[in-house]
Design a binder for this molecule. Sequence first.
Ligand code: ZN
Length: 139
Amino acid sequence: MSQLGVGKEVLSYCNKCKLTLAHIIVTMKSENTIGKVQCKTCGGSHAYKDPSAVKASKTRRGKKATKKTASKESISDIWMERVASASSKSQKYSIKTKFELGDIIDHPKFGPGVIDKLIDADKIQVIFRHDIKTLIHNR
Ligand SMILES: [Zn+2]
């Protein structure tokens, strides 16, 4: 009952046109499996590509790529984001000053940094442009 056969028209993904287009079946692998097809638009012949299969794999690949980019975010990207979104003014770093989460500090050696974590009563984790450091405060 198959509609497939050499010379029949079928929808296939065309690599040259980058679209799902009408193709003519050139060869059959088996009774129900299409071998080669010829694109009616560009005239190129290639292996048959199920348009629905192409779509599915494309979506999966796209999602993976997005995840990779997010996890690859460098310290300086995080630093820039935090500094830009901080509402408080920067304060000169001193071990005597008590800092709060999200505070911007100005370190004489490392430059501007954002308080990322309050580790202890006297310890803070600070994101600087190129490094994450643990500093003493509130002494
Ligand atoms: Zn084509």
